[in-house]
Design a protein around this ligand. Structure first.
Ligand code: SIN
Length: 298
């Protein structure tokens, strides 16, 4: 069966219902400004410098599950406060390939300028090459270009839900291989590469994963780290993956965030992919990310 690019002209029932559901949400501890009908909301009225009380924290977590990516403005956090906020949602991970400029090794820094262009401009879900990939990422802007450097997010639950039943049946239950070598691996010499491959061998994850908290299904294959589909010829796998990767590029599944200094984005890697637009060179863009460990995808 051939897999056609899925977004057709005309209304998509899932998107219409999702917009209605998100419009009906009410929150006690913050106001929201949504970024698109499908996903993303700015949470207004919360100060992340202080620890959040239990009620507020569970409402923030619930907002993340509903909007799939949430944003905060004007959060002048120290590295400790950044870590404290993220660690309220789970155990933090250390990244073996992205350096930390902070004394805290769980804070990784993306520092781009005239000499170091951005390379995060490929749709991905963070660390899908790990056996246990991350649940969430909390990214904070320190230095932003005058114009450009937005981050785009794509809702992979919507992408899955808008597939035809026939296509869903053909991909449900399939496994795909995720591997760091085609991305970070390119930056390593042969010895380092072999050492890291021994520590982080290629892993199989379901092509369609089920969200452990909401039970929703999402497309879990990304252009940065997913190399092939298990049990298919290379040609078949390349064709199917190319088509699946295109789903993240559908504007109806996306929102786009314009950074300001001290903005924060918190996304759920189980539900969305992201893409950092690399259009600001040679201006500087400096961001810090703290990443929360998740669970093995099922
Ligand atoms: C990332 O890929 O986690 C970084 C995203 C960004 O810099 O906007």
């Amino acid at each position: 069966m051939s897999y056609q690019h899925n977004m057709q002209p005309g209304p998509r029932p899932y998107l219409e219902q999702r917009n209605l559901d998100l419009s009906a949400l009410e929150w006690k501890h913050f106001q929201v400004k949504r970024l698109s009908p499908c996903l993303g909301a700015e949470l207004i009225g919360i100060d992340l410098r202080k620890p959040l009380d239990g009620d507020t924290l569970s409402e923030v977590r619930n907002a993340l599950l509903k909007y799939r990516v949430i944003f905060f403005r004007d959060q002048d956090l120290s590295a400790e406060q950044h870590l404290a906020f993220a660690s309220a949602f789970g155990e933090l991970e250390e990244h073996p390939f992205i350096p930390s400029d902070a004394p805290e090794s769980e804070v990784i820094r993306f520092d781009k300028d005239e000499k170091v262009p951005g390379y995060e401009n490929v749709w991905h879900s963070d660390v899908s090459w790990r056996e246990v990939p991350s649940f969430g990422s909390v990214l904070r802007a320190h230095i932003v270009p005058e114009i450009g450097g937005d981050t785009l997010f794509a809702d992979m639950i919507a992408a899955y839900e808008c597939l035809s039943d026939e296509i869903k049946a053909s991909i449900d239950g399939r496994m795909a291989v995720n591997d760091f070598t085609q991305s970070f691996g390119r930056l390593l010499g042969p010895e380092d590469l072999a050492r890291q491959q021994a520590q982080y061998p290629a892993v199989e994850h379901p092509l369609v994963r089920t969200h452990t908290e909401t039970g929703e299904k999402s497309l879990y294959a990304n252009a940065a780290f997913t190399s092939h589909i298990v049990g298919m010829s290379q040609e078949e796998s390349e064709l199917l993956l190319a088509q699946i990767f295109r789903e993240s590029t559908v504007p109806e599944y996306q929102c786009r965030f314009k950074w300001e200094k001290n903005s924060i984005a918190f996304w759920d890697n189980r539900a969305v992919q992201h893409y950092a637009a690399n259009d600001y060179w040679p201006q500087r863009r400096q961001m810090d990310r703290v990443t929360i460990i998740g669970e093995r995808p099922v």
